[in-house]
Design a protein around this ligand. Structure first.
Ligand code: CMC
Length: 428
């Protein structure tokens, strides 16, 4: 007999089906509850609400486990490239050599963006935030590829839209960076792999050929893999929500980029470095800042600490911390903010406030230090997060379409005025 839960409201009992996931996690299916009882459930911030069934990413916050399509994040970060992981997320399996070759070649063939898009860059103020530019530019791709607006695209047509987006993202991101410096843009090179091509467009110069350091290529691959998907987080839920209205892929991803921008989500990697700089400039007294974070009358939070779902440790943070030590050593960089970060981490991990609330360093605590060591300016950090997260967003959007999910439309409990007497303007 299938499992169910009983809900008693007044005199009546309602039987609610229990859904079990492949990892044994349980959910009470309340989709028919309102029809049967007139009641809805209320869960601000969706802290306890499953919005979808998904076969892409599994996360166990209590045990600190993260898997993409059944593969542990640790093994993927060690053995795969970002492109293989992107293929895995989007198509469901790790590619064999010939699948990988054709994925790479399809992408290489679509990295150029329409020449008219270059005019957009002239319109942005020179100091405008790269995330605002990225969100607008990705949305504008829908104007250049109007076939993407057809919500009834065949799988082949849809795949071409996906390839175009994935291919053009690196070009758009590196051009945003080049424009911020006032440097000439660098065009993609088809002989380079995905990550090297991105680094070449970002750090290359028209005046000379640059050597791309394999240590940096490896580090970027690892960082992108660690950010590639994270089940139903704020930006991914946004992508699915926007896409559920049959909105095109480019606009859906653009909405996800906007959601990622906030400092409580992807914007935390920028906020962490700004915080570490602030602590350093203030004399480096980490205890003072820990106390500020604990003070309920002070709205300062320790950026890069805490996570909605990880209540043990963030498995990505473990890998990134190791990568951070390695890369700084290999590049011979001695970053004073790393010392502040280490002091903060050890003070917080031993402080009852953080221990009781299960607040641990998250992925963003160390990613900014690596990006900085590689030469990226602070306001590009969240853009790099978006670049890494892109295959996850695409995979989730595609899954939502394939599962023919209904339009997302939460309900509410109304708390406003019930009825008011209308007063004419002259009498108000
Ligand atoms: N510093 C100090 N106190 C904190 C922090 C922090 N970073 N995070 C949570 N708390 C406290 C919070 O004040 C609350 O205390 P109390 O129970 O006494 O009221 C308790 O811990 C629970 O916090 P919450 O805000 O209810 O937890 P949440 O699940 O709603 O928020 C979070 C999760 C990530 C938004 C939050 O921990 C935070 O603001 N962290 C800093 C921003 C950050 O690093 N974000 C990146 C997340 S990882 C990258 C990504 O995937 O987006």
């Amino acid at each position: 007999m299938s499992e169910s839960a009983s809900l008693i409201i007044g005199e009546k009992t309602y039987e609610l089906p229990i859904i079990t996931g492949t990892e044994g996690e349980k959910a009470i299916d309340i989709s028919k509850l309102r029809d049967a009882s007139g009641y809805i459930t209320l869960d601000s911030g969706y802290k306890n609400t499953g919005a979808t069934k998904s076969a892409i990413t599994f996360l166990d916050g209590e045990e600190g486990i993260l898997k993409y399509r059944g593969y542990g994040i640790e093994e993927l970060a060690e053995k795969s490239t970002f492109l293989e992981v992107a293929y895995l997320l989007i198509y469901g399996d790790l590619p064999n050599q010939s699948q990988l070759n054709s994925f790479q070649s399809d992408i290489s063939r679509h990295t150029l963006v329409h020449e008219d898009m270059k005019k957009f860059f002239d319109g942005f103020p020179s100091k405008s935030h790269p995330m605002g530019q990225l969100s607008s530019l990705i949305c504008s791709l829908s104007s250049f590829y109007p076939e993407s607006l057809n919500s009834k695209q065949t799988p082949e047509e849809q795949n071409l839209t996906i390839i175009k987006l994935f291919a053009k993202m690196t070009t758009v991101v590196s051009w945003i960076y080049k424009k911020s410096l006032g440097h000439p843009i660098i065009y993609p090179q088809n002989n380079l792999d995905y990550v090297s091509n991105f680094l070449n467009m970002t750090f290359g110069q028209r005046t000379e050929v640059i050597e791309i350091d394999p240590v940096i290529v490896k580090a970027m691959n690892v960082l992108f893999i660690l950010h590639a998907d994270h089940e139903q987080n704020c930006s991914t839920s946004t992508v699915r929500m926007v896409g559920s209205s049959d909105c095109n892929l480019y606009a859906s991803i653009s909405a996800g980029i906007s959601a990622l921008w906030g400092p409580l989500h992807g914007g935390a990697n920028q906020a962490v470095i700004e915080m570490l700089e602030q602590i350093k400039n203030d004399g480096g007294d980490t205890d003072k800042w820990i106390n500020k974070a604990k003070d309920k009358n002070d709205d300062f939070r320790l950026m890069g600490f805490g996570h909605r779902v990880y209540k043990n440790f963030d498995p990505r943070a473990k890998i990134i911390k190791k990568a951070c030590d390695e890369i700084l050593e290999k590049l011979g960089i001695n970053d004073p903010v790393l010392e502040i970060a280490k002091k903060l981490e050890s003070a917080a991990l031993n402080d009852p406030y953080f221990v009781e609330r299960k607040l641990y360093p998250n992925v963003d605590f160390y990613s900014g230090i690596i990006y900085r060591a590689l030469g990226f300016p602070t306001d590009m950090f969240t853009v790099l997060f978006a670049l890494g997260r892109l295959p996850g967003w695409i995979a989730q959007w595609k899954e939502m379409r394939e599962n023919k999910e209904p339009i997302g439309r939460p309900r509410q409990i109304f708390t406003g005025e019930v009825i008011r007497e209308y007063v004419d303007l002259k009498n108000r």
